[in-house]
Structure formats: C-alpha cells, structure tokens
Design a protein around this ligand. Structure first.
Ligand code: ARG
Length: 462
C-alpha cells in the first residue's frame, strides 16, 4: 500500500511507476530499514507517543518481516516503490493498520538517509576486512621473497635494483592508507539523521539522541535540513573505493606486465587465468585485466554522485535516490576486486632468476658509480656527467664498464678507476641503500616488522 495518495484523484501511471521504482536495488537495505524502524518505535514509546502494547506489537511484527525477507520473500511489486513501503506493507499484513503508526514523526527522507548511514558502516566493515586479507597476502609474499633482487622502474624503464619484498610492500602501505581512509568514512557515517523528518523536524516531541544511541550511532546531526540533505559520507565512501581501486588497478597493471613473455618475471596460478578459444598456447591474466578495467566503473560512480548532488537545492530531492546504485556498485566492485586481487597475489610465482638477471643489467648501477665518485669529493653534478660519458662509451661499444681496461677508464675521466667493477652487483647495490624507507635489507626487515604489528593489532573491521 502506498504511503501517500489522499490528495490524489488517480494513481501514478505505469510509466511513472516503472521509471521511479527503486525496490529492485534498495531491497538490499531491508535489515537496516527494519533496524531503524525498531529504534524509532522504541523512541516513540519512551516519549509516550506509542503505548507499550503498540510498541511491542510493532517490534515483534518488524522482527517477523525481517525473517520473512531473510528467507528470500521480498516482494517486488513496483507499486510498492521502495524498500520503506515494502517493509511497512509487509508489517501491515501482520499487524493491520497499527503498521501506519511506525511512521509517526518520520519521513522517508530521514528514513532513507538513516538506512544509508547504517548500510555504509556495514559496507566499510566488510571492505576493511578484505583490505586486511589482501595486506596479509602481500606480507606473506614479501616475507617469502626476502633477499631477492629485482629491477626497479621509472618511466617503465629499468632504473635501479630494488628488493622484490620492497616493491611488494609498497602495496601494503598503499592499502594501509586505504584502511585509514575507510576508517574516516566510518566516522562520517556514524551519525543519525532520524528525527529530521521531512526537513524541519516533527511536531511530536522526539528524542533523536535516544534513537541514535539505540542504533549504536555516535551522534546526531545538529540541523534537520542538513541531516536529510547530507550525502558527503557517500561521496567519501565512493572516493575511498575509487582510491583503493586505483591502487588495485596499478597492482594489476604490474602483474600483467610481469607475466608477459616479454618481461617473464612472474607466472600466475591457473586458478586466476583463462585461455584463448583459438590460441592454445595462451594463458591470459584476465583476473588482473578485469580489476584494471573495473576500476573505471568505480571512478565513474564517484563522478556520477558528485554530478547528482552538485545542483540540488536543500533539502531532499528525488535525485538523491540515484545515490544508491552508485554506492552499491562502488561497494560491490571494490569488495570483489579486493578478493580477486588477494587470490592473484597468493597464486603468483616470481621467477627469481629472471628478476636477478634483469637487475644485474649494468646501467642500473650507474647511479651507484656516480655516488662513488661523489663520495670522493667530486661534486655530484660532475660525477653524473662523468658516468654519463662512461655509459655512452660502453653503449656505443656494446661493452660493460666492468670489462674496460684502466686506460680506457682514465681516458673517459681520470677519476674512473678499476675499483668501480665491484659496484656492478645488484645485491651490493641494494645493500648500499639501507636506512629506513630505502630498499636495503634492514629497511625491508623494519617494514616487515611494522607491517606485522599492524596486522596483529587490527581486527580487520576496526
Ligand atoms: N526511494 C527514495 C530514495 O531513495 C526514498 C525517499 C523518498 N522520499 C520522497 N520524498 N519521495 O531517496
């Protein structure tokens, strides 16, 4: 039964019903909607607005509606419009006209906002758990590969040797910032708008603080107009999802590159790859490609929500219904991508010999030679120029600096002596960079220690 209609002489047309219905996607809010209604009923009882008998019958009835919906029996009749009406109509089937009293001092405007606050907190919890699980997978890989050298890249060109664990851990720290961002979203969602009613509050003497407390929410809005209009917490949620997806997409891109025959640095497990319907030899990194591809959807949802909100006058406008599909998709894609990324990381096998060979390419140690000269008092700019000449000489000749004779070296610069030959070892190279943040083994050990402390100190859901 519709929640309005008294002032209308006809029902909405079929086109309008089909165009405006949200039940097919907002029915996933039923638990939050019922929880909110139960807290509201308790508040109405405490304030003497409902009798004890009425409140008890409504609370019991709402429990039964939840059980019915949990069993999968959620009506999908488009004339019910949305989940709020669907719940009330199911309640009416159980308790009759008394169901209409639940909505005393409430509007769907504060009701839907409350549902989204409660939903967002649960969604953030799930995402935090999934991020932690991925961090654990990355941590395990980094522990397993301690001491393995790999080429580090800038501009997608081999730059300097790094430890593979160092490279992997960079994603651990990205994800750690993601968790911090989601915890902030949790705080922004931890507020109750219930009591704002349509926009101005109610003529009934409500106690919004009591309702918030019943729901385990941290506080209430100071202003009823802001309460029904605020969707900042959903923007923040979509932004946090987008940032996480950008991180996953960059990881996915690296996995795709590493597993090409051209790079040959890693192989994915069969469980996260697919073959080609025509080329029997192919093993494609589709899991990673889909993560990279789907990140676009989440970013688009963030943009769509911004665009939905930007021109809206206070307070509620039906445009706001569009927030739901945006955040639901952002959530679904982000959660599924985190789970997929975890399996990708767990199943990846690094080809450590190939990594070491690539990291041993002598130009990757050119900076170390310049540093070596600078340590002897030559200004770094000059040292850079000398080594640049050395590199050019070697590239033209197709030779390696370690193989040049003392006279060839001094011909390039009197500062170049045969002892530089010892610098062209990638393990030695990473060992030279051994302070916190750099790629050296002690720095990596410190990171692993800190990472473990973080993993141990968080439940995942915070
Ligand atoms: N389905 C609506 C939404 O998601 C519920 C609120 C409707 N309120 C209204 N005044 N029409 O926003």
């Amino acid at each position: 039964m519709r929640q309005w209609g008294g002032r209308f002489s006809s029902d909405p047309g079929e086109t309008m019903l089909k165009y405006s219905v949200s039940l097919h996607y907002d029915s996933r809010l039923f638990r939050h909607d019922i929880k909110g209604s139960q807290a509201h009923v308790k508040m109405l009882r405490k304030q003497g607005i409902l009798s004890q008998d009425e409140a008890e019958a409504l609370l019991l009835g709402l429990d039964k509606v939840r059980e019915r919906f949990e069993s999968g029996d959620v009506p999908q009749d488009i004339s019910l419009e949305d989940i709020h009406t669907a719940v009330e109509s199911a309640l009416r089937d159980l308790v009759g006209d008394l169901a209409g009293k639940v909505h005393t001092g409430r509007s769907r405007n504060d009701q839907v906002s409350l549902d989204m606050h409660l939903w967002c907190k649960d969604a953030v919890s799930e995402i935090l758990t999934a991020i932690k699980a991925l961090q654990e997978a990355i941590y395990d890989k980094a522990v397993f590969h301690q001491g393995i050298v790999a080429p580090g890249y800038t501009h997608l060109q081999r730059a300097q040797p790094v430890l593979l664990s160092h490279h992997l851990l960079s994603y651990f720290w990205m994800l750690d910032r993601d968790r911090r961002r989601f915890r902030t979203v949790m705080e922004s969602s931890d507020m109750s708008p219930l009591g704002a009613a349509a926009l101005a509050g109610s003529t009934f003497p409500l106690d919004p603080g009591f309702t918030a407390h019943e729901l385990g929410l941290g506080g209430i809005y100071m202003n009823s107009m802001d309460a029904v209009s605020d969707r900042d917490f959903l923007l923040e949620f979509c932004f946090a999802c987008s940032t996480t997806m950008v991180h996953l997409s960059r990881l996915a891109e690296e996995v795709i590159i590493w597993t090409t025959p051209e790079f040959g640095f890693a192989e994915l497990s069969d469980t996260v790859t697919t073959g080609s319907s025509i080329m029997p030899q192919k093993k494609n990194a589709d899991s990673a490609e889909l993560i990279r591809g789907r990140s676009a959807r989440v970013i688009a949802r963030l943009m769509s929500l911004f665009a939905t909100l930007k021109g809206l006058p206070l307070t509620y406008c039906r445009d706001m219904q569009e927030d739901k599909e945006a955040v639901f998709e952002a959530f679904d894609v982000t959660l599924a991508s985190l789970e997929m990324a975890k399996e990708v990381v767990e199943g990846i096998t690094f080809k450590t010999d190939a990594l070491k060979k690539a990291a041993s390419d002598w130009p990757l140690m050119a900076t170390d030679v310049a540093d070596h000269l600078a340590r002897q008092g030559i200004p770094f700019r000059e040292a850079h120029k000398i080594v640049g000449n050395l590199v050019r000489y070697c590239l033209e000749l197709g030779a390696s600096p370690a193989g040049l004779s003392p006279s060839e070296l001094s011909g390039i610069s009197p500062h170049l002596t045969p002892d530089i030959a010892g610098l062209f070892d990638p393990v030695h190279s990473v060992g030279l960079r051994d302070y916190p943040m750099a790629t050296g083994p002690n720095s990596v050990r410190l990171q692993l220690q800190k990472a473990l402390e973080i993993l141990r100190s968080t439940t995942g859901q915070e």
